[in-house]
Design a protein around this ligand. Structure first.
Ligand code: ZN
Length: 248
C-alpha cells in the first residue's frame, strides 16, 4: 500500500523511527508526506533523506496562511527538485468564511495551481467545506493531474471530477464517516487512492493517526465494494505510484 497523504513533519511524530517501522511491518511501501508551511522544508528534507525510497515529499501551502510572504516562500520551496508533487493546497471555507479572506485564498490557490502546472507536478488538494468550489477553480485553471484528499463535498461532484481523471484519496476515517462511505460507493476503484492524513483523521476518534492504519481504509473500501482487499490494495497502489511517479 502507498499512503498518498500524511504529515510526518508534524510534532506529534516525535517517535518517527518507530512509526516508520510499524508502517513497514503493516505492508506500507511508500508514504507521501506533505508540508503546508514552507518553513517545514528543512525538516522534511531531513526525513526524506533518512527514509529515501520510502518517504516522498509534496510541498504545499495551508489555505489558512494568507500572507504574501508565505506564498512567495511556497513558490521558492516548491522549486526544489526533491518533490513528487504540489500540495496540499486549496480552499478552506470551514475556517475562512469572510469574503475578503476567501478572495485572497482563491487567488493564492490559483497561483499554487499555476506553479504545479509550470513545474509539471501533480496536485494534492485540500477542499474543506469547499469541494465544489475547489473543483471549479481547478477546472478553470486547466489542472489535469489532481488528487482530491479527504474530499468532504458531494459524491456527485466527485464522480464528475473522476470522469475527468481526477483521483480521490480515502482516509482511514472512512470506517466511521458516512460521507466517505458514500464517496467510495460511487467512485470507481480506478479513481481511488488510500491516505491517512496522519496525524489526524484516525480510524479511532481522538487518537493519533499513523501510516500503519492505512489497512483500515483498504478493508472498508473492500467491504463497501464487495471485492477482495487484495484487489483494493493492488489498484490503489498502482494509482498512487503512477500519479506521483514512484517506482516501487
Ligand atoms: Zn493533510
Amino acid at each position: 500500500m502507498i499512503d498518498a497523504h500524511a504529515h510526518l513533519t508534524d510534532p506529534a511524530f516525535c517517535d518517527l523511527p518507530a512509526v516508520i517501522d510499524r508502517a513497514k511491518s503493516a505492508g506500507i511501501l511508500a508514504v507521501v508526506t506533505s508540508i503546508t508551511d514552507p518553513a517545514d522544508l528543512p525538516k522534511a528534507k531531513e526525513i526524506i533523506a533518512q527514509y529515501s525510497g520510502f518517504v516522498y515529499l509534496t510541498v504545499g501551502l495551508d489555505p489558512k496562511l494568507l500572507s504574501e510572504e508565505k506564498l512567495s516562500a511556497f513558490k521558492a520551496a516548491s522549486s526544489t527538485a526533491l518533490i513528487v508533487g504540489i500540495g496540499e493546497v486549496g480552499l478552506d471555507h470551514f475556517y475562512v468564511r469572510e469574503a475578503p479572506f476567501m478572495e485572497t485564498q482563491e487567488r493564492h490557490f490559483r497561483e499554487c495551481i499555476r506553479t504545479a502546472i509550470s513545474l509539471a507536478k501533480p496536485l494534492v488538494i485540500h477542499s474543506r467545506s469547499a469541494g465544489k468550489k475547489a473543483l471549479e477553480v481547478l477546472y478553470s485553471e486547466g489542472a489535469e493531474r489532481v488528487l482530491m484528499h479527504a474530499f468532504d463535498g458531494k459524491a456527485g461532484d466527485a464522480l464528475a471530477a473522476a470522469k475527468k481523471g481526477y483521483f480521490f484519496s480515502i482516509p482511514a476515517s472512512v470506517v466511521h464517516s458516512m460521507q466517505k462511505q458514500k464517496l467510495v460507493r460511487l467512485l470507481p476503484l480506478e479513481s481511488i487512492m488510500l491516505e491517512t492524513d496522519s496525524p489526524v483523521l484516525s480510524p479511532v476518534r481522538g487518537e493519533r493517526n499513523e501510516p500503519a492504519n492505512l489497512i483500515h481504509s483498504a478493508r472498508k473500501i473492500a467491504e463497501i465494494k464487495r471485492i477482495p482487499v487484495e484487489r483494493v490494495i493492488d489498484v490503489t497502489t498502482s494509482n498512487a505510484a503512477a500519479f506521483f511517479g514512484i517506482i516501487l
